[in-house]
Design a protein around this ligand. Structure first.
Ligand code: CA
Length: 234
């Protein structure tokens, strides 16, 4: 049963969508602002997000960018604006498809089915794209991380940091790149990174003096790699 997050501030449109999607056997959650949407995707796993562009708190393009910074979930844009340049830009920014309002529920269902087919492959569950580094596994889609089979209780930022490093095992990632990719900042305080690294270290059960996975190269950057004697090959 596909789960859908409907992000729509118009009460009438929202309840109509919820009703029809529920009738079409989808599990539906809905919110009316971009910030609530971000909170939802950080806490729950969805198969698809239907994102209204005209939200009260954030510009649609901004909302999409923020969603994309924390999740790979397919996003279908629902827009009242029939502006080709903007739609092209949104597709380039990570939207998977779009619908121009007003649209029928049948049309939305068809688009959703197409997006799900694309992301899932023919008739099967999505292959879990879990990053494995030694005994550490990081699932960016479900936003879960485990160390030697035990779930790690990470904050959003700690998870983002770990997932980014786990995607580049053995590579020294410069601090500037971490700031840009994990914090979406072009400049900032090194302390921000250090503090999060130290929290993450503690949760991984290691220290800067005795690193296992997380290695800081002073003045250069940070890398994540399996401990010297890996439990499992990466
Ligand atoms: Ca709206």
């Amino acid at each position: 049963m596909p789960s859908v997050l409907v992000v729509e501030d118009d009460q009438f449109v929202r309840s109509a969508l919820i009703r029809h999607l529920t009738e079409a056997s989808h599990t539906v959650r809905s919110v009316g602002t971009a910030l609530e949407a971000l909170r939802e995707v950080a806490h729950f796993r969805f198969d698809v997000v239907v994102l209204d562009l005209g939200l009260p708190d954030l510009d649609g393009a901004e909302a999409l960018k923020m969603l994309r910074s924390i999740t790979d979930v397919p996003v279908i844009i629902a827009t009242a604006r029939d502006d080709e340049a903007e739609i092209v830009r949104l597709l380039n920014d990570g939207a998977d498809d779009y619908l121009t309002k007003p649209f029928s529920v049948e049309h939305l269902s068809a688009r959703m089915a197409a997006v799900l087919r694309r992301t899932r492959g023919p008739g099967q569950a999505p292959p879990p794209r879990v990053l494995q580094v030694g005994g550490l596994s990081v699932d960016p889609l479900r936003r879960q991380a485990e160390l030697d089979g035990t779930a790690l209780d990470l904050t959003r930022r700690e998870f983002d940091l770990l997932a980014f490093l786990a995607g580049r095992p053995g590579v020294v990632v410069p601090r500037r790149e971490l700031l840009a990719e994990v914090w979406q900042q072009s400049y900032g305080d090194d302390q921000t990174i250090d503090v999060h690294l130290s929290w993450l270290r503690r949760k991984l059960g290691e220290t800067a003096a005795r690193p296992r996975y997380l290695h800081t190269l002073r003045g250069v950057g940070v890398k994540l790699e399996p401990p010297a004697a890996p439990e499992r090959p990466a």
